[in-house]
Design a binder for this molecule. Structure first.
Ligand code: ZN
Ligand code: ZN
Length: 357
């Protein structure tokens, strides 16, 4: 694999600098060696659209294995780009916080996109690196870590750091486009597309977190108030329902009560009428009258010498002999014969003094 891998960088022996193939002479005259294994290189460029280094024939074999990998080639080129550059474009950063319980999501603008001067503070050992490298820059006296790794391996950091997609760089290298160095430089320094903030600064992010906590707290209060309002409304509805049920029960029970009272009152009036009818008979007997006429309509007894009933005006009658035997248990006899209610039907009100004309 090592012999086949086409290298985007080499070390120019006379100057000791890491170079791209278009920076040196063609072929073995390039005077370069492999950054990984030190084997002499051959620059392949010009008529072909591809520009790369390859190990010179027999420089590497099964006994002299070159540790070059696609990632390490990229890291070497990155080192060259950071070494030679002086400004870096940083993307804007929106810090998004989300609370799933109250369904709140808010994005805070932490910083705008900008291009700033930098100095390269530290570039890690490449020939043992695997699929991630952390480069340290200094920008306006603040440290910034540039993490180059595959997107799905972005680390979580709590220091000022941006991520550069190794996926994009690998695609670039494997595309074997001409001018790999320039393309890398655009991605690492001039453009922001492949970059993403991992963490900006504790101060700014904590401020956003505090603000967001406030929003969550507010939402929590609102939710509690809403829950209380719902509970109060529910209780109100239950109270109203109980009230309505009570009213329905009263409405149902009123006629029963009225009927009961009416029945009692009717019975009282019947008893009262029987007493009145008996009293009239006893009065006649006590005044010495021996025979009376009992009106067949209103059942009031009158002196036998009076033709017409003084109460209902009817002349139909029954002769009623007034003696002790006839008067005995008269109340019971009248009551059982239903005289009370029959008389009431004809004469709702009974008064000895309210005779009809
Ligand atoms: Zn090599
Ligand atoms: Zn009568």
């Amino acid at each position: 694999m090592s012999a086949i891998l086409l290298l985007p960088v080499g070390v120019h022996v006379p100057t000791g600098k890491v170079v791209a193939p278009d920076e040196v002479e063609r072929g073995n005259a390039c005077n370069c060696e492999c950054v990984f294994c030190g084997a002499p290189l051959q620059a392949r460029q010009g008529e072909l659209i591809v520009e790369y280094f390859a190990h010179q024939a027999k420089a590497v074999d099964d006994e002299n294995i070159c540790p070059a990998t696609v990632e390490r080639c990229i890291f070497w080129m990155a080192k060259k780009v950071f070494d030679e550059g002086d400004t870096i474009a940083l993307p804007d950063f929106q810090y998004t916080l989300e609370n799933l319980v109250y369904r709140i999501k808010k994005s805070y603008d932490i910083t705008e996109a900008k291009t700033l001067e930098y100095t390269l503070e530290y570039f890690p050992e490449i020939n043992t690196a695997n699929s991630e490298i952390r480069v340290k820059l200094k920008i306006r006296n603040h440290p910034l870590v540039v993490v180059i790794s595959y997107v799905d391996r972005t680390p979580m950091l709590e220091e000022s750091s941006i991520h550069v997609s190794l996926n994009v760089l690998v695609e670039l290298l494997e595309g074997r486009s001409k001018g790999f160095k320039e393309a890398m430089s655009r991605i690492l320094l001039q453009h922001t597309e492949a970059k993403k903030w991992i963490y900006h600064s504790r101060q700014r992010q904590e401020k956003c977190e505090q603000h967001f906590e406030g929003l969550v707290e507010l939402e929590k209060l609102k939710a509690e108030e809403a829950a209380q309002a719902r509970k109060a409304q529910q209780e109100q509805e239950w109270a109203e329902e109980r009230q309505r049920a009570e009213e329905r029960r009263k409405i149902r029970s009123v006629p029963v009560e009225i009927q009961r009272v009416q029945k009692e009152q009717a019975l009282e009036r019947v008893k009262e009428r029987v007493s009145e009818l008996v009293a009239v008979v006893e009065e006649l007997y006590e005044s010495g009258v021996l025979a009376g006429k009992r009106c067949e309509t209103c059942l009031v007894t009158r002196n036998h010498n009076i033709n017409k009933c003084e109460y209902c005006g009817d002349e139909q009658h029954e002769i009623f002999m007034l003696n002790k035997a006839a008067l005995a248990n008269l109340y019971s006899k009248y009551y059982c014969a239903n005289y009370g209610s029959r008389s009431l039907k004809v004469l709702p009100v009974f008064s000895k003094f309210e005779f009809i004309e």
